[in-house]
Design a protein around this ligand. Structure first.
Ligand SMILES: Cc1cc2nc3c(=O)[nH]c(=O)nc-3n(C[C@H](O)[C@H](O)[C@H](O)COP(=O)(O)OP(=O)(O)OC[C@H]3O[C@@H](n4cnc5c(N)ncnc54)[C@H](O)[C@@H]3O)c2cc1C
Length: 469
């Protein structure tokens, strides 16, 4: 009997996780192939070991509240390499009128939970503070509210000033998007829940903080000691080499009476019973355009933002970086393309020489005409008084169309995408095409897909399963 054939397109964390699970659980009873167009695995995940430090091109931390990625790390033997980071114990800054101001203690994205610290903050006016403190008295819109933009939600509950001086810069830094056109339900669903479950975001956060305190609060984020690429390496090491290909670009896909045909740019054609598309949504739209036009058109409508990260290594004596902070956000009121920066040598002190300060700037790419991204980022840091000399080393990583932008009402579109995918037997879509932006959510979805595929696989060869484990 022919083995079930599974082809995974895309060797980022999503595709590798599905491939890892399939091999772990089914071994050689599945004919598995993963095709990656680049010359390395990892996609957006890339750690560079430079003589002057360990650099992260893209993701550097995992949100601990969402356990999927941590569970996977544990399973892969990386538990001892996970290190907790807790921004709640550090000051978070925002750029305001050309200088850095700390967000007050207990301030959570938009919500002031420590009234005394909030009232002392120089970041907000008295009027702005008074308005924000009315939040517990603003009526809730109820459980089944329509989605709304993050900006509309913050204005409604906390007022315009909190939006402009705190929430908007934080959201722009995290999602590279405009708060006015970002879906609250898709990007920050916890705030909707707080409003509907507790009637107030501030009150809800206080209650959660009390119960977390009672349970001995854990770090909010964790990082892998040697960088995020350790996760990719561990996944690749557990999948047989003959199942994995780099420099293998999928050019087209065809629906066949039984299964799928996958055409590569070198002219090869592969057949699959299950096709897992683990590449960005815009690429999936292209691959499916001739075959499933409705699904392709819906995915095509998804907007993506492009960004770059620029890591600078400065001599410590040439920098003035707040020691108590991991970084800052910079909103549109400040102008410029810099949306956020991490003080990497403070965040990961073991990764850099003691006489160097490492700063990683996040730059939006749409205003690139204005000069090189490196100059734009360095000059922004200089204007903020953080650096006084040119960097000793600069590392630029570009991420074209990497950050999906979810507009209000996206959840309706997502349901449509899911139901269209379900209509096509053997088709599976992962990652940002299904509204996922962080590694924990990507891992969760990838493992779900593997489980679904394996339900349909006849695990006949017991020895093969043994071989996989
Ligand atoms: C700057 C930045 C910082 C981030 N920081 C964090 C963070 O700190 N924590 C966090 O949890 N998340 C973070 N994220 C998000 C996280 O990186 C992504 O959610 C995750 O890496 C997505 O993985 P993926 O496998 O779904 O997609 P990708 O990593 O995009 O992988 C898709 C792969 O498909 C390949 N591919 C594309 N087309 C084809 C084709 N035709 N044929 C074959 N292969 C193809 C690509 O080469 C790529 O390798 C960050 C993202 C960015 C851009």
């Amino acid at each position: 009997m022919q083995r079930t054939r599974v082809v995974v397109v895309g060797g980022g964390v999503s595709g590798l996780t599905t491939a890892y699970d399939i091999h772990r659980l089914a071994g050689r009873s599945v004919d598995l192939t993963l095709l990656e167009s680049g010359d390395r695995f990892g996609g957006l995940v890339q750690t560079v070991n430079h003589a002057q430090g360990v650099l992260e091109a893209g993701p550097d931390t995992l949100l601990a509240r969402k356990p999927a990625a941590l569970d996977l790390c544990r399973e892969l033997g990386l538990l001892d390499d996970l290190k907790g980071l807790d921004p709640r114990s550090r000051d978070l800054y925002v750029a305001h009128r050309g200088k850095l101001e700390a967000l007050p203690k207990g301030f959570f994205m938009m919500a002031p939970t420590d009234k005394a610290a909030f009232l002392r903050s120089p970041l907000f006016s008295w009027r702005g503070k008074w308005r924000a403190l009315q939040e517990p008295h603003i009526p809730s819109r109820g459980v089944e509210t329509q989605d709304e933009s993050i900006a509309a939600f913050v204005r409604r509950r906390f007022g315009r000033e909190i939006l402009e001086r705190a929430a908007e810069p934080v959201m722009a830094g995290l999602f590279l998007g405009e708060a006015e056109s970002m879906s609250l339900r898709q990007t920050m669903p916890a705030f909707l829940d707080l409003e509907s479950n507790h009637g107030s975001v501030t009150q809800g956060l206080k209650k959660l903080a009390e119960s977390r305190h009672a349970q001995n609060s854990k770090p909010a984020f964790v990082a892998l000691k040697n960088g995020m690429f350790a996760l990719i390496k561990a996944l690749v090491a557990r999948i047989p080499k003959d199942c994995l290909e780099t420099n293998a670009t999928v050019r087209h896909i065809q629906r066949r009476s039984a299964g799928w045909e996958i055409g590569l740019d070198d002219g090869r054609r592969l057949a699959a019973d299950h096709l897992v598309l683990a590449c960005p949504g815009h690429e999936i739209a292209r691959l499916l355009s001739g075959q499933l036009p409705e699904l392709s058109d819906t995915l095509k409508q998804q907007a993506y933002a492009s960004c770059a990260t620029v890591t600078f290594l400065y001599e410590k004596s040439a920098t003035k970086v707040p020691q108590s902070s991991f970084g800052f956000f910079s909103g549109k009121q400040e102008g410029g393309s810099l949306v956020a920066a991490n003080f990497m040598s403070g965040k990961f002190p073991d990764r850099f020489p003691a006489d160097m300060t490492a700063i990683r700037a996040f730059v939006r790419c749409k205003d690139e005409g204005a000069g090189s991204l490196e100059d734009l980022a360095h000059n922004s840091l200089k204007r903020l008084g953080l650096v006084s000399q040119a960097p000793k080393h600069t590392f630029l990583f570009r991420f074209p169309r990497a950050m999906p932008q979810f507009e209000p009402g996206y959840h309706i579109k997502l349901k449509r995408i899911q139901s269209m995918v379900e209509q096509h037997k053997g088709l599976h879509i992962l990652g940002n095409a299904l509204g996922r932006v962080g590694i924990p959510d990507c891992v969760h979805l990838a493992r779900q897909a593997a489980t679904q595929i394996l339900k349909e696989v006849d695990l006949q060869d017991e020895n093969a399963v043994g071989e996989a484990s």
